[in-house]
Write a protein that binds this ligand. Structure first.
Ligand code: PMT
Length: 223
């Protein structure tokens, strides 16, 4: 859908899942195909924006578009560093990446071996940095948009994320319903903005949704 809704705007989008290393052969990670974030990057570029797409682990092809620059990352800390570096030259940040909330407290240098006398292995985790909160603290003119992946109490949790993550908009998706959320081609979301009633959208393809979100974001920018 070609238009000029975001012409001249610089949009930073994260997509895919982060991976946190346990040892040289293992990691813990988050589900995400990257489809939602990539659709947003294509929609924003088609609307005239200069897009930087920061991608973690994905299971689809990366977009090829003259207005989409791609930066690859692996862990939440790498994503944080990239977002913080790019943020000052950004007008709109959209965090569609599925970010790990915890990482191993220590990364083992060597492969962790199983031993005959050892039927259990305890992995100690620590919280990862919250990227949205970090950019919220240095935000100037930027519009900050987060997603909320919820398995229960969508409204309450999304509303809380709007406040705690200093976001201008939270796009909440239920990730337990089949056919939407992780990996699927479709999504069904509810939009949360402060001082406004939640806006539920119908189920549609991630590409259609991305185009609608670009329209909503452009309108918000103009307000
Ligand atoms: O990639 P797909 O298969 O198409 O699936 C799309 C999706 C379901 C992954 C996507 O629509 C989505 O919901 N992405 C956000 C997943 C997530 O991490 O949600 P959350 O509720 O845990 O986090 C809330 C927000 O904070 C998100 O914007 C997240 O990017 C951000 N976050 C989370 C943790 C952290 N340490 N720092 C963050 O900034």
């Amino acid at each position: 859908q070609k238009n000029d809704l975001l012409s001249g705007k610089r949009v930073l989008i994260s997509a895919g899942g982060t991976r946190e290393r346990i040892d040289p052969v293992r990691f813990i990670g988050n589900r995400s195909s990257g489809k939602m974030g990539i659709a947003l990057a294509v929609a924003a570029a088609s609307a005239g924006a200069e897009v930087t797409l920061v991608v973690g682990q994905i299971s689809v092809e990366l977009p090829v578009h003259p207005q989409i620059k791609i930066i690859k990352i692996e862990s939440t800390n790498e994503l944080l560093n990239t977002v913080m570096t790019e943020f000052t030259q950004t007008d709109i940040l959209i965090m569609a990446a599925a970010v790990a909330d915890f990482e191993p407290e220590m990364i083992a240098d060597q492969k962790i071996k199983k031993a005959a006398d050892n039927d259990e292995f305890v992995l100690k985790l620590k919280k990862t940095p919250d990227i949205l909160k970090s950019v919220g603290a240095i935000k100037k003119h930027q519009l900050i948009i987060g997603f909320a992946a919820e398995t229960q109490e969508l409204n309450k949790n999304a509303q809380a994320k709007l406040v705690s993550k200093h976001a201008d908009m939270i796009i909440a998706n239920n990730v337990v319903t089949d056919g939407i959320g992780f990996e699927s081609n479709d999504n069904q979301v509810t939009i949360f903005e402060s001082q406004q009633d939640p806006k539920p959208l119908t189920k549609m393809s991630k590409m259609q949704l991305a185009n609608q979100l670009v329209e909503l974001i452009a309108k918000k920018l103009g307000d």
